[in-house]
Design a protein around this ligand. Structure first.
Ligand code: F6P
Length: 321
């Protein structure tokens, strides 16, 4: 997120020095309450690799259901003479951007909206690019999964390890592949627990099973099911649970996220300086150029998104086992 902020500020001020750039404090909350602060090049110095966001981001679920608030945000932007709003956010933000854009157009207001995907879940228009923050969260997850390996291996234990990611399989699955986890339970998966127990039985030492947040059973419920099977089949293995949760979000940003955020910020600013209309910008890698999607297309999950892992990647994971 910070690399994106830095990119927008630096590109705008370097490419057109007379521009004034304002940061919105606390995301959508700040847009509702009209809270901004002017940003200089110095304000964004040295932040590219910092986790989180220097501007803050507070969830505002009330915005989704309240047309009065939505109109208020559109008017706030207009009354403050903002020509462009640059947003880096998840699904909720993208939907809010599409709604705002509709209101702005219908009411003939001034501000154009340029948005890009920012989410550890990688569930934002991922048919078109990778979310900023996803690889950073993978780096954190990989570290944690390697730490757990030590105890799992020394104690010959089975670890059920929870991963964030909402309904998307991506964070859990890719973290699992990267660390060589024994099994990764995806959201909506129909798990064959008898087979899973056999797989565990055949292993010697460290067994780590990564469980995606969107799966319909908790870590404790999975543990109970497996322990019951172990008892019945006389499998002598201890099971422990641990959740990577909020730790997956923090720390230093991954280099690929920093570069992609910089690239998208640059693309959005250069298009804004050309007077282009609202749109959703995304890329799979730095330098990946594609036309921005209309915001309503990007926000329509059925057209822009898939939550599960492509079959070929699942096959690769099985081949790597
Ligand atoms: O969408 C990002 C995410 O980290 C999800 O993976 C997770 O389910 C959710 O946010 C947690 O949200 P909160 O911080 O509001 O508990």
């Amino acid at each position: 997120m910070n690399a994106f902020i830095r990119s927008v500020v630096r590109c705008a001020l370097n490419l057109r020095p007379e521009t004034s750039v304002w940061g919105v404090i606390d995301g959508w909350k700040g847009l509702i309450n009209n809270e901004y602060r002017r940003l200089s090049k110095l304000d964004v110095a040295g932040i590219a690799s910092q986790g989180g966001t220097i501007l803050g981001t507070v969830r505002a679920p009330e915005l989704g259901e309240n047309p009065d608030l939505q109109h208020q945000v559109a008017r706030n932007l207009d009354e403050n003479y903002f020509d462009y709003l640059f947003v880096c956010g998840g699904n909720g933000s993208l939907k809010a951007c599409a709604t705002l854009d509709r209101i702005i157009k219908a009411e003939g207001l001034r501000t154009r909206i340029m948005a890009c995907p920012g989410s550890i879940d990688n569930d934002v228009a991922n048919n078109y690019g990778t979310s900023i923050g996803f690889y950073s969260a993978l780096d954190r997850s990989l570290e944690m999964l390697e730490w757990i390996r030590n105890t799992a291996s020394s104690h010959r234990r089975v670890y059920l390890i929870g991963s964030m990611g909402r309904d998307s399989a991506y964070l859990a699955f890719y973290a699992g592949i990267a660390t060589g986890a024994e099994y990764i339970i995806r959201p909506r998966e129909n798990v064959n627990y008898e087979k899973l127990a056999t797989m565990i039985e055949e292993r010697d030492r460290d067994t780590r099973i990564v469980v995606a947040e969107g799966y319909n059973k908790s870590l404790e419920e999975i543990r109970t099911i497996l322990e019951e099977i172990f008892r019945r089949r006389n499998i002598k293995r201890e099971i422990r649970t641990v959740d990577m949760g909020y730790f997956q979000r923090g720390g230093q940003a991954a280099v690929t996220d920093i570069l992609r955020a910089s690239w998208l910020g640059y693309r959005m600013v250069t298009d804004a300086l050309l007077g282009k209309y609202s749109g959703f910008y995304t890329a799979f890698y730095t330098g990946h150029y594609q036309d921005p999607l209309p915001l309503d297309v990007a926000a329509d999950d059925s057209r822009s998104n898939h939550l599960d892992i492509p079959q070929e990647i699942i096959k690769m994971t099985i081949a790597l086992r």
